[in-house]
Design a protein. Structure first.
Length: 486
């Protein structure tokens, strides 16, 4: 598959490093300086014009240091407390306050005051006055976020303007490239830190993400909370769930700008446990056209969805320049060397395999590994949509049972001894497609193992080495984004 669906759906990688909070150190009230900096280059993450074009503006404010003070700055941040301007885009005069010169005069972010009753920049900002030279408006920083001397009680907020310049679209906020570090233990931290090898900053940084429905940069009754919790919890949500945080299940209107608040704060009560600790991550945005896509898919166009246990996981295909038959390299009762590189004792796994020469894609299933001293048994019941595989690319072991329904294999019953593997491969070249698998392992399988042994886990593998744990007693679905409605 290419980066664009055949239906014209496309998703753009937006600002892959624009909101990066990189390697950071945080003092805990003892005067230790802190520094938030980007670990990713902004190069290569620019916008691409096309059927769906997302442009991004922002206003960033900072509360602190040492709790809330009274610097000169806006009176419309997330709460009624004062904050200071950090940077903004667009910013026509470079003073860190978001502003647009309309030709009839300059309109600023804070012109609306505390109540937002008068015209401010959110009333005039548009695709026509947001350019894509984001790094030009980082101010005297190399990155969007670069705050030093951050301490317990400090916080900040970025109000993003997400402008869909053409068609209506779904928008995801994405988090990636997390890093954490302890960065040495100070004497005060050593007295309270029981895990000297692990940083605790992510567990003690609270994050709020909300749709700012009236674009007044506050949290009020009109807003919709997208995420609220610690940064560590957000990381877990993204890593074990989808490709990002869907901002709304409803389409964002095209030709309009929408506001999203991303706020953070470090608790005043955290104490010394976070001294010198670091945390880093990238924040970005994806958009996908709503047309022909009634439900948003969490994955990119070159990824597949593995849906299991009420969660959607994004995986990529394992790729090589061999056919799937060559890759699997079946010899009597076992996979060959290439496929054996993916096997593990007492584990059943599935993954998509793509031939880079032809683009042909297959679903590969592998059970157990060779010479591990135990056998096993697995039954998979299949339901296919969008594809009609009359036969499999690979059937590992002619002694296994493959039940057919109208010429289509609808069930596979595998049973093996202590030396072989078992499994097979199904071509899934048609697009879209969807495969539902109802599993049965060990005593629940239709056949008995040839030697005593059990499968202890079932996983989906991704080409980026991600491993997704699958429930062994529940159905699993696999499909590209444009196959979810089959």
């Amino acid at each position: 598959m290419t980066d664009e669906h055949t239906t014209g759906l496309t998703r753009r990688r937006i600002l892959g490093g624009i909101g990066a909070v990189g390697v950071a150190s945080v003092g805990a009230g003892l005067g230790t300086s802190a520094y938030f900096s980007d670990t990713e280059s902004f190069e290569g993450n620019t916008l691409t014009a096309g059927e769906l074009d997302l442009k991004v503006g922002w206003q960033q404010v900072y509360y602190g240091p040492n709790g809330l003070e009274d610097p000169e700055g806006p009176i419309r941040p997330r709460t009624d407390d004062l904050g200071e301007f950090v940077n903004a885009h667009p910013d026509h005069d470079g003073d860190a306050e978001q502003s647009v010169d309309t030709g009839d005069g300059v309109v600023n972010w804070n012109d609306g005051g505390a109540t937002g009753e008068d015209t401010d920049v959110t009333d005039v900002i548009s695709c026509g006055n947001i350019d894509e030279n984001y790094a030009d408006d980082y101010g005297d920083q190399e990155t969007l976020v670069a705050l030093d001397d951050v301490k317990p009680g400090d916080g900040g907020q970025i109000t993003f303007n997400l402008c869909l310049c053409d068609n209506p679209g779904y928008i995801w906020l994405t988090l990636a490239n997390f890093t954490e570090g302890e960065n040495d233990i100070t004497e005060p931290e050593g007295e309270v830190d029981s895990t000297p090898a692990d940083g605790e900053l992510a567990e003690n940084m609270h994050v709020d993400i909300s749709l700012d429905e009236n674009c007044n940069s506050r949290n009020d009754d009109e807003d919709t909370t997208v995420w609220s919790g610690t940064l560590a919890e957000a990381r877990e949500e993204v890593e074990t769930g989808s490709n990002g945080l869907l901002l709304s299940e409803d389409c964002f209107e095209g030709g309009e700008c929408h506001c999203v608040n991303v706020g953070w704060n470090v608790s005043e009560d955290v104490g010394n446990v976070i001294q010198t600790d670091s945390v880093g991550f990238d924040i970005g945005f994806y958009t996908e056209q709503c047309r022909h896509n009634p439900e948003p898919c969490p994955c990119l166009s070159d990824e597949f969805v593995v849906e299991a246990g009420g969660e959607q996981h994004c995986v990529t295909a394992v790729e090589d320049d061999m056919t799937v038959e060559e890759f699997y390299n079946y010899s009597p009762h076992r996979a060959g060397d290439d496929a054996l590189g993916y096997t593990e004792s007492d584990r059943s796994q599935l993954f998509l395999y793509r031939n880079t020469n032809t683009g042909d894609t297959s679903l590969v299933m592998l059970h157990d590994t060779v010479d591990d001293g135990s056998g096993g048994a697995v039954t998979f019941e299949f339901d296919f949509a969008g594809i009609t595989p009359g036969s499999w690319s690979v059937q590992d072991d002619s002694g296994d049972t493959y039940q057919t329904d109208s010429g289509v294999i609808s069930q596979a019953d595998w049973s093996w001894a202590d030396a072989p593997t078992d499994g097979g491969a199904i071509p899934v070249d048609d697009d879209p497609f969807k495969i539902d698998i109802t599993p049965a392992f060990n005593d629940d399988a239709d056949r008995d193992p040839l030697n005593e042994g059990d499968i202890d886990s079932w996983v989906a593998l991704s080409g980026d080495d991600t491993v997704v744990d699958l429930p062994m007693d529940e159905p699993v679905s696999i499909y590209p984004c444009d196959g979810s409605d089959l």
